[in-house]
Design a binder for this molecule. Structure first.
Ligand SMILES: Cc1ncc(COP(=O)(O)O)c(C=O)c1O
Ligand SMILES: [Zn+2]
Length: 416
């Protein structure tokens, strides 16, 4: 049984026994779940590693869900940890691994969060799950709500392209387009609606949901045969992944299962890099920035208000770093991951490889370092990012000569 000891404020330390209040009554910081691991022993690792459960739920005891019967699962977790010889050689990083989260049920890492978040929401008796998002989070909340038998409402700002919200609609979400800006108008209305209608908030202001990405830590440790990677590079927006991986490895460490911590790296688009900026300035908290348009649309977040400061702590405690990448670097990484590793990632999902490349060029890695790049979203989420020329789309006459010249040119064009 998962044991939730309490909710605790990470800023002022106040404990709370309320289950559906997500903010500290004293200082209004987002609370964190205190999961009781006291019953786990050194020897339990052996049995857990032998389990045939190939989802995040192998690590049920670590998640804030009280009863196994509450679990709503679409098979999330245990995504392939891929060794790509060709990409490793090209980047000159012998210990490179790709954690391929493009194959998660709705095509992005958000399923790690919502698998846990929606299971807990159902357990607490909520009837409607809500989120504001233009992409991956919306689809994921909608899918898990569908599986749980909850209704879902997705709010997006006016101007969001319909393609972005179609996946959520396909899972049955009510999609509401709201006039005004994302950071002020849409967010204010969302918060008022959550209070008014008692909806289950599925943003990173939900501490249960934020625990889901701890699964990265457990899985990587297991897949690497009880080794902790030297580096984990994560495409970063709200900072949930960095915060959660740090917490997950700390839990394994406190149980005596893991014997060191990984260096964590935030990979952000230069057009929306508040965590990189705060890290470089040595700030304790993130200063919001105006996010500019970027090819890495899924991580275009200017104000990681809930967990930005926790992500910064994780970067510093881990002796990691933060890297801002240009759109050109991000697109090159997407191309390399596709053509050398055989993984089709959306640009935001491949940005970790762009950061690995940059760090390699700066000689940051030791020769034997295990370097894991999280690949966090499927390329089909944003097909327009793939470059294809008019010439390639133009039909050829059905002759062998035309085919020969087309293919010869094509091999040239497709070279990474
Ligand atoms: C594809 C993709 N990668 C990474 C992230 C990063 O999220 P976080 O920093 O909250 O882990 C997101 C979501 O915002 C995403 O959609
Ligand atoms: Zn507090």
């Amino acid at each position: 049984m998962g044991l939730i000891r309490s909710m605790r404020c990470p800023k002022c330390g106040e404990e709370s026994s309320a289950k559906t209040t997500f903010r500290c009554a004293s200082c209004s910081a987002i609370l964190e779940v205190n999961v009781d691991l006291g019953h786990l022993k050194r020897s339990d690792l052996f049995n857990l590693r032998k389990s045939s459960d190939m989802t995040i739920w192998r690590w049920f005891d670590f998640f804030p869900v009280e009863r196994r019967s509450s679990i709503v699962s679409l098979g999330e977790g245990y995504t392939p940890l891929v060794r790509s010889k060709r990409l490793a050689e090209r980047l000159n990083i012998p210990g490179l691994y790709l954690k391929n989260d493009t194959v998660l049920p709705t095509g992005s890492l958000k399923d790690r969060s919502n698998g846990v978040g929606i299971s807990r929401g159902k357990e607490l008796g909520f009837e409607t799950a809500a989120v504001i998002s233009t992409g991956n989070a919306a689809a994921s909340v909608a899918a898990y709500a569908a599986a749980a038998g909850l209704k879902s409402v997705v709010m997006v700002p006016a101007g969001t392209s319909p393609a972005k919200i179609l996946q959520a609609r396909a899972y049955g979400a009510v999609v509401v387009v709201v006039e005004g800006s994302f950071d002020t108008d849409v967010t204010k209305l969302y918060q008022a609606a959550v209070r008014e209608f008692g909806w289950y908030d599925c943003l990173s202001s939900n501490p249960y949901r934020d625990e889901g990405k701890k699964s990265y830590a457990y899985e990587l440790f297991d897949q690497l045969d009880e080794h902790v990677p030297n580096w984990i590079i994560h495409p970063t927006a709200g900072g949930t992944g960095l915060y959660a991986m740090w917490k997950g490895f700390q839990e394994f460490s406190s149980l005596g299962w893991a014997h060191r911590m990984p260096k964590l790296v935030a990979a952000q688009s230069a057009a929306a890099a508040p965590i990189v900026a705060a890290f470089e300035k040595g700030l304790a908290d993130v200063e919001p920035v105006e996010a500019r348009p970027t090819i890495a649309e899924s991580i275009q977040v200017g104000n990681p208000v809930s967990l930005g400061w926790r992500a910064l702590e994780a970067l510093r405690f881990s002796k990691g770093t933060a890297v801002a990448l240009t759109d050109e670097e991000i697109l090159e990484a997407q191309l390399l991951v596709g053509t050398l590793a055989g993984i089709f990632a959306e640009p935001a999902g491949a940005i970790s490889v762009a950061a690995a490349r940059r760090l390699r060029e700066a000689d940051a890695f030791q020769r034997n370092d295990i370097v894991v790049c999280n690949i966090t979203g499927h390329g089909l989420k944003q097909p327009s990012a793939v470059r294809i020329s008019d010439e390639e789309l133009r039909p050829i006459p059905p002759t062998l000569a035309a085919l020969t010249s087309r293919v010869e040119r094509g091999f040239d064009q497709a070279k990474p």
